[in-house]
Ligand binder design. Structure first.
Ligand code: SIN
Ligand code: CO
Length: 389
């Protein structure tokens, strides 16, 4: 995509300008980011999702059984009818995995890598509803979907920022307001990580939050070293074949640290392994139980189905990305990786980008043995599946 075209979504900024001046740095209010936006789902449909076992949802009731009561879904239908008239919020995670029209919204954000996107959460709030002043550790685009919401932003926070005593919610004890806006449908507010914010519903309102994934340094280190250690043998150890006689046998000298540093550096700088781990980690599905393939698929039947007009679509819970290292290609699919020959480059791009794969757009790839077997593997793994007629 051309990153120098002004985008309505970014209030007329180009993707390049937005990334340079705002992304991860400062907030941006965009009036009519999506002009005349109409939410593809209404409050009843959102509440309906929150009844489902596989959907992650929460209710925050400001004056519930205790202040800022948090209830976790799935909910029973009659719970909604017992809610107060005002000051509560229903939040439903990953609606993009359940409602295709919500997933389509993500097309607007393709100036960012798709593997950085986490999910689209949708909240419905009764008048006065809010989840309290707080900060998130991730970037977020808050798109107003229905009704009006008052957003206040405040100070930059960190793990030292004082919080209210609350078992489940991280509500800020202090909020130093710097700006305030009322957002209407189609308006959007971008917030960088750790900026204090508080949204209060003016009337019955729905807000879409496009959230991002960014592993913490602790996660990177823990998970990458776990991954790496699978490839190491017990013989690979701290060695000191260059040791000199100890001056004081009880002292750990800095030459020991230098040896440790080179042991770490040797393994940590393995680019192939780092890439493999990172791609797997960033494509791990939010709900792995929703990415399961059929028990067995015969390549012959699979091919016949496609030739008969069947359409393959990405499992909405699957995540795909690709990369290259030396002359090899890597396909990451829902937490797994495959090294593939360079000739499959265009197929990988098609698999990651296309809404639907069928005999027409797959064309020649169906006659390529590697291409065919890759598609079939992805069906077996559950990342791709045949669309219902
Ligand atoms: C909400 O939609 O009520 C909360 C979204 C947020 O503040 O991150
Ligand atoms: Co937030």
């Amino acid at each position: 995509m051309n990153s120098d075209i002004p985008l309505q979504l970014l209030g007329g900024l180009t993707a390049r300008e937005f990334l340079r001046d705002y992304w991860q740095k400062k907030p941006l209010l965009i009036r009519q980011a999506i002009p005349d936006f109409e939410s593809p789902i209404d409050a009843d449909e959102l509440a309906g999702l929150a009844l489902e076992e596989e959907v992650e949802s929460r209710l925050v009731i400001e004056h519930g059984e205790r202040p800022w009561e948090l209830r976790r879904g799935p909910f029973a239908e009659d719970e909604f009818s017992k809610l107060p008239e005002k000051e509560w919020t229903l939040l439903v995670q990953a609606v993009d995995q359940f409602v295709p029209e919500v997933s389509e919204l993500l097309e607007n954000f393709r100036f960012l890598p798709s593997w950085r996107v986490d999910d689209v959460m949708i909240s419905f709030a009764a008048p006065g509803g809010s989840v309290g002043p707080h900060f998130d550790n991730y970037d977020v685009f808050l798109l107003q979907g229905h009704g009006k919401r008052n957003w206040k932003i405040g100070q930059m926070c960190d793990s030292e920022s004082p919080l209210l005593q609350h078992a489940d919610l991280r509500i800020l004890a202090e909020f130093h307001e710097t700006e305030e806006w009322v957002l209407e449908p189609g308006d959007m507010l971008y917030l960088p990580p750790r900026l204090a914010h508080c949204g209060v519903a003016v009337d019955n309102c729905m807000t879409y939050s496009v959230g991002f994934r960014a592993p913490s340094a602790a996660e990177v280190l823990t998970h990458f070293t776990d991954f790496l250690s699978q490839f190491l043998t017990d013989e690979e150890r701290y060695t000191d074949a260059d040791a000199k006689p100890a001056v004081d046998p009880h002292q750990i000298q800095h030459d020991a640290l230098d040896r440790l540093k080179s042991l770490l550096a040797e393994h940590m700088s393995d680019e192939r392994l780092l890439l493999t781990w990172f791609g797997q980690y960033m494509t791990e599905p939010r709900y792995p139980e929703l990415v399961v393939g059929p028990e067995d698929v015969e390549e012959e039947d699979f091919l016949a189905a496609l030739q008969d007009g069947a359409v393959l679509i990405r499992n909405p819970s699957a995540r795909l990305a690709w990369s290259e290292v030396d002359d090899d290609l890597l396909l990451f699919a829902s937490g797994q990786s495959r090294y593939l020959p360079g000739k499959l480059r265009e197929l990988l791009k098609l698999i990651c980008a296309a809404d639907a794969l069928h005999a027409d757009n797959l064309g020649e790839w169906l006659t390529d043995e590697d291409g065919r077997s890759l598609l079939c593997e992805l069906v077996k793994q559950g990342s791709l599946g045949f669309a219902d007629e």
